[in-house]
Design a protein around this ligand. Sequence first.
Ligand code: M6R
Length: 606
Amino acid sequence: MCGIIGINSNRPVSSAIINSLKKLEYRGYDSAGIATLSDGTINEIKSEGRVDDLEKNSLIQTIQGSIGIGHVRWATHGLPNSVNAHPHSSQSVSVVHNGIIENSTLLKKFLVSKGHIFKSQTDTEVIVHLITENLKTLSIIDSIKKTLKALHGSFALGILFKDQPDLIVGARRGSPLAVGYGPNENYLGSDSYALKAMTNKITYLNDGEFCFIKKSNVEFFNEDGKKINKKVLELSNEEEKYEKGDYKHFMAKEIEEQPTTLKNGINEYLDTSNTDINIYNFPWKISEISSITLIGCGTAYHSCLMAKYWFEELTSLDVNIDIASEFRYRKKKLKNETLYVFVSQSGETADTYAALDLCNKNNMKTCAVVNVIESSIARESKFVLPIHCGTEIGVASTKAFLGQILILYILALKIGALKGDIEQKTFKQKIKDLKQLPNLVEQTLSIDHKIQTIANTFNDVKGSMFLGRGFSYPIAMEGALKLKELSYIHAEGYPAGEMKHGPLALIEEGLPVVVLAPRDNYYKKTISNMQEVIARGAKVLLITNKSKDEIVSENIWEKIEVETANEDLLPFLLTIPLQKLAYYSALNKGFDIDKPRNLAKSVTVE
Ligand code: M6R
């Protein structure tokens, strides 16, 4: 998952490319590079690390050219260093690439036999040499066609040619790519977000298509090289300014914004009388749907896991959940009466997109729960439920998680009511309760100081466990993911009742164990499981909700109480201290909170 930008203009382009690359860093931030063309020379500058590091390179001020390409990388093949950074260039072409070339080893062998010399460890470099080789005998268009046909795997490409001062070629298979139109200049970008500062007129390439970007026009081709016409979409030209403000990190800001995320979602989907849920233009009859399959990755998968409990309780649907990277390759029977729901903040996650594509190709009912409404997953789903949480910059997903589970809860309530699985009285009461949720989250956010102190304990630990049952189990999984992703501490999320079947062996004196035990149906059972880990030396942080009843357990190390709500809503509240625990523990360790090592915000490779 890398970021691509290309600009073909009459003005010098290097600083515009650098600015766009800064916006694309959410796709990868281990190295960055730029190539421009001036006086028949390809000028290439690359650097390990962030775009800021590239910008500090003294040569960047001198780089000339009114046509160029740029790239931010998330390493797949080869170390994240400046040699493996893109663009990769031969004497005649320069290439930026997002995706993975699966037959690169074979192609490299062939190219080496033809005398090509490779400089990097990347799969991308084979594309450079293959085009160079094909150009020896073929026209530009034929060499592109031949090259693309030879590549297995996924790619979005930007290609610059030494002898073509007015041409950037863009090509796509699997990985998204957009073209933008400006006054006397045109652009290529991995998504419209990268282009939004320059234009709101966009065309998305479909799989297999490629394009020729000239200064004054853009030509599109299908995979056989036949010219095609494409629609120009006009996006809203409001460019959202999303700043950190007084917060140290975007993540801190995004945690605090969660009451607003919930208010936005509630205002969007609850009717003005607060007695019904509006889901407009749902394209299928509810009687046509007897099961639901929820699919996502990472935190979005945890949202699916959470939703499973609600859908099972509130509806008569058969409920399945799946990790997108597993779903897409399993041999399974897709079913017409199933609603396939794809959950994704970015809407660009490659595995989730591939799972959606599989369902679409089989003409299934597909629905997206996404944040970025211009994303590939939103565009290609038959129905979209936006989560409206605004830009999320922190790689660790926080407000998008609450936004996703809110929308999935609302969907479960609505389907339950439409199918007559829940009584109208219960439905209305749950809607009324839901209205209180933003305030309850707001109040829970104030437990801050105590979590900061508790987080100190996580400074030197080897590992930790997060336990919960029922509604709290998905939240335990999410809490563990947040801690490992931000503070690089091994953390296992586990159903509390499963501990005795193996993981109990991990418990030793002083191991921090976070136990989620709100006063719900599972409370007593979870408390028993908690006692079992305490008896074996665990240092237990109990997270529960406020109650007048005393907790019947001794030797708890620390306790945090969130606000009280109806059982369905407790997961929202339990999430807050876990997000803060991960945040403060990473802060104590001095780690890069908004850009944790080895990760990216949008995972556009499989
Ligand atoms: O954009 P998506 O919601 O599809 O992203 C899915 C995961 O990559 C994402 O949730 C990831 O697990 C987060 N970094 C977790 O905080």
